[in-house]
Design a protein around this ligand. Structure first.
Ligand code: 2AM
Ligand code: CA
Length: 252
């Protein structure tokens, strides 16, 4: 079975399920802290994805956010809801993320936003797409004409916005890492800084952004991989300028 086709259909099916509970999630609870929540919708959505992968690819391992932490040469990486806080509060901007990797390299990446009905996806070496149309990063070379996004991380976000606000046109906080990076891939944002990310928060976009001719590195500018933990996604043209500002923030 074609993995891309499989992952897109599955993500869209889970999207229909999540729309029924959007803003009305089942059994919302604190997870690692009061700032981190999970609902039974996250768990049910994950089960929908995991059971299909097990059925169609029984020999392949699965790493998924809600307590399914396998490793393997052939590994599916799943976030059933990226942006749970938005989902629970009835805000748009949450997504299902499904990626397939071999030896730590993402070969297929799918991000589906059920609210806008937008599916971003890529297969290694074949370009990046949104709902069947090829996508590309922005052509903007000027930080002062840039719109950027930053993830929420206590002790960093405020300092970073403080340092960059006078250099950019606007900053935004979308609240879903895979969507923010997909928006870099299709040119809506010029960059996105993720200070704390798990492999499932970034796996599909580690492929989608480069396939859209964008750039991804860690916050020191080194090549990014699934366990880097922190990332700068950009159109490539404003990458080094944003890295410089991050370096200054980390020194203070
Ligand atoms: P999640 O919705 O799957 O938890 C929001 O700030 C972004 O950061 C989301 O993509 C969120 O993913 C991710 N994130 C990762 N770890 C987090 C944590 N411990 N608390 C809150 N958000 C986290
Ligand atoms: Ca999640």
């Amino acid at each position: 079975m074609d993995r891309l086709d499989f992952a897109i259909k599955l993500a869209r099916r889970v999207g229909f399920y999540l729309l029924q509970h959007w803003g009305n999630a089942l059994n919302v609870k604190e997870k690692s802290s009061f700032q981190d929540i999970v609902s039974d919708c996250d768990k049910h959505a994950q089960q929908m994805i995991v059971s299909e992968i097990e059925k169609h690819f029984p020999k392949e391992a699965i790493l998924a956010e809600e307590d399914r932490f396998e490793t393997g040469q052939r590994l599916w990486i799943v976030d059933p809801i990226d942006g749970t806080m938005n989902f629970v509060h009835g805000l748009p901007s949450f997504a299902i993320g499904i990626a397939y990797s071999e030896g730590g390299n993402v070969l297929v990446g799918v991000v589906h936003d059920p609210v806008l009905n937008e599916t971003f996806y890529a297969v290694a070496g074949e370009g990046a797409y949104k709902n069947g149309e090829r996508i590309n990063v922005s052509s903007n070379t000027m930080l002062k004409e840039s719109i950027g996004n930053v993830g929420f991380y206590v002790g960093f976000t405020g300092h970073f916005i403080n340092a960059i606000e006078k250099h950019v046109r606007r900053m935004r906080m979308v609240g879903s890492a895979v969507l923010a990076a997909s928006y870099v891939a299709c040119g809506r944002f010029d960059f996105f800084v993720a200070k704390r990310a798990n492999p499932w928060d970034v796996a599909p976009v580690l492929l989608i952004v480069p396939e859209a001719n964008g750039c991804v590195s860690d916050l020191q500018g080194r090549p990014a991989h699934l366990s880097s933990g922190e990332y700068l996604f950009s159109n490539g043209k404003v990458h080094s300028e944003v890295l410089e500002i991050i370096k200054k923030v980390e020194k203070t």
